[in-house]
Design a protein around this ligand. Structure first.
Ligand code: NAD
Length: 518
């Protein structure tokens, strides 16, 4: 059967009045749904509990997106039983059928694109373009992993048999029940990618979304159901990370854990998963994608206007709340003053406000906790560097922090070392490209990084020695595309699992070698 080749989903052009109108209408429709109760989904059944958590609009925390029922241990256990039972049948469903459910879901995402975009704007605080990019990436994951599972079937062709003696086969088979623990910052894309990679590989899952974006998670599962996914394959159990997240990580029947989130939680999960529990008959596999402290290294002799624009886009897109966001700019002394001046000008021209208004480039940060953490880093930054832009905070209506730049920051400063995960950029000056590469690598993280240089030998040096999972040359350090730039970091940025790449699905499977004698 011929399937057209994978191609990334284009994003919408918001200069077109018809697209603006559709987005505005979708925002209104989503607002009409505000405040509804959102149940768990276990074995296809809607389940309510006595524990409700409010999901709010980060741009206006008086607006309640939904009241989300929270799973406790007993719901998590019921979900595990459902997933174990469903695994018996789902794991035998041909990959073509599993892939078709993903392709159908992609079609539904396309049809409901504006609705999903609007919900992202309201629940995650994503400006229009960022929300649209997140939904488009969700479509990409569905289309890409659907094709990848069909590719993996061909693995058998690479194994040879000895004529008249034996027939050898090699298959990838699913692992079992997975715990999928997702972050809020790409609330549809990452959740879709992590969950659908696991299920298209034949596993069943317990999906624990971030509390900040559980309404989006519910909408996702509704779409998967509409696409024909049988009950019990994905069991949605929103709840407290430290309670039910912990429970499903430790559970002896959990076969693998797919986690995306902070370094602190990732390390904790990795440690806990290593402990073999009573009754457990395997070593749990952990796929962990964690934080970043991503740098853009700027050489001498470059176009300072271009550099400043790439840095500002990378640092402040979605308020710096991307694991790939540029939080360190390392600039050659010969161009330092000029680039800095342009960064400050561009930063000061960014518009900050409610992201449902398309005139605002930047929206709020996600919640009170993030607001407090980032505000604290602003204080630290005042001591460690020179404030040259931003530094203002306001949480009266929403969690707003202005795009902030600190210059002349020493390379070992806290704001050069710790992940802030907000709109804060630290800039440091270096004497040479060589020194700059050393500063760039002076981090426990290794997620993304970029080098802007016209020196061919410097670019080659970075190819070899810049220790990041995603290296970009002469461009910004955000915006990896599924199937084009497989994504995942080194060192404390995770297990380098390369989401959206050709090796990703295999992490959710095991190889079985079968040899029959004749
Ligand atoms: P987080 O670590 O706070 O939470 C992630 C998930 O883990 C949530 O669902 C949370 O409820 C759950 N959790 C919390 N404590 C837990 C525990 N003890 N046991 C099990 N689960 C637990 O991260 P976040 O704030 O949602 O996301 C932001 C972080 O994610 C940043 O550090 C960012 O860099 C990182 N991130 C990384 C990537 C990547 O691909 N490397 C992508 C997106 C985000």
């Amino acid at each position: 059967m011929a399937i057209y080749p994978y191609k990334t989903e284009p994003i919408f052009d918001y200069s077109l009045p018809e697209n603006q109108k559709k987005y505005q209408e979708a925002l209104l429709k989503e607002r009409e749904k505000f405040g509804k109760q959102i149940p768990l989904i276990i074995n296809g059944k809607r389940v309510k509990t006595d524990n409700l958590l409010t999901s709010v609009n980060p741009a206006n925390h008086r607006e309640i997106i939904g009241e989300v029922h929270q799973a406790g241990i007993s719901e998590a256990e019921t979900a595990m039983e459902a997933a174990l039972e469903t695994f018996k049948t789902w794991s035998k469903v041909p990959s073509q059928v599993r892939a078709d459910i993903l392709f159908k879901a992609a079609a539904i995402y396309r049809r409901r694109r504006f609705e999903l975009n609007a919900l992202e704007t309201l629940e995650a605080g994503k400006p229009w373009v960022e929300a649209d990019a997140d939904v488009a990436e969700g479509i990409d994951f569905l289309e890409y992993y659907g094709r990848q599972i069909l590719e993996l079937e061909k693995i058998d062709e690479r194994i040879i048999s000895r004529r008249n003696l034996e027939r050898n086969e090699y298959r990838y088979i699913p692992l079992g029940v997975g715990a999928i623990i997702t972050p809020w910052n790409f609330p549809l894309a990452i959740l879709t990618g992590m969950t659908c990679a696991a299920i298209v590989s034949g596993n069943t899952v317990l999906l624990k979304p971030s509390s900040n974006t559980s309404v989006i998670a519910y909408r996702f599962l509704e779409i998967m159901e509409e696409a024909g996914l049988p009950a019990g394959v994905i069991n949605l159990i929103p709840g407290k990370g430290s309670e039910i997240g912990d429970y499903i990580v430790n559970h002896p029947k959990t076969r693998f854990i797919s986690f995306t989130g902070s370094k602190a939680v990732g390390v904790e999960i990795y440690e806990k998963a290593a402990k073999v529990q009573k009754g457990q008959i395997w070593l749990k596999r952990v796929i962990a994608e964690m934080g970043g402290k991503d740098a853009i290294l700027v050489d001498e002799g470059i176009d300072t206007e271009f550099v400043a624009s790439e840095i500002v886009k990378s640092a402040f897109g979605f308020s710096g709340q991307k694991c790939s966001a540029c939080s360190r700019a390392i600039i050659h002394e010969k161009v330092y003053d000029e680039v800095l001046e342009k960064i400050v000008l561009k930063t000061n021209s960014l518009t900050l406000g409610d992201p449902s208004n398309p005139d605002n480039f930047m929206g709020p940060v996600i919640d009170q906790k993030a607001f407090d953490r980032i505000s604290n880093y602003l204080q630290i930054g005042m001591e460690e560097g020179r404030l040259v832009a931003g530094g203002l905070v306001d949480s009266k209506t929403g969690y707003f922090i202005s795009p902030t730049v600190f210059a002349d920051v020493p390379q070992d400063a806290k704001i050069m070392q710790e992940e802030i995960f907000g709109p804060v950029l630290a800039i440091t000056k270096v004497k040479s490209f060589e020194e700059g590469l050393g500063v760039a690598n002076n981090s426990e993280y290794g997620l993304t990084g970029s080098v802007i240089s016209n020196n061919r030998f410097h670019l080659e040096r970075a190819r070899e020695d810049f220790q990041v999972g995603n290296l970009y040359l002469n461009r910004k350090c955000t915006g990896a595309i599924v199937g084009y730039q497989p994504f995942g970091g080194f060192n404390m940025s995770g297990t380098d699992s390369k989401a959206g790449g050709p090796d990703y699905l295999i992490l959710h499977m095991q190889g079985k070698s079968i040899s029959e004698s004749f």
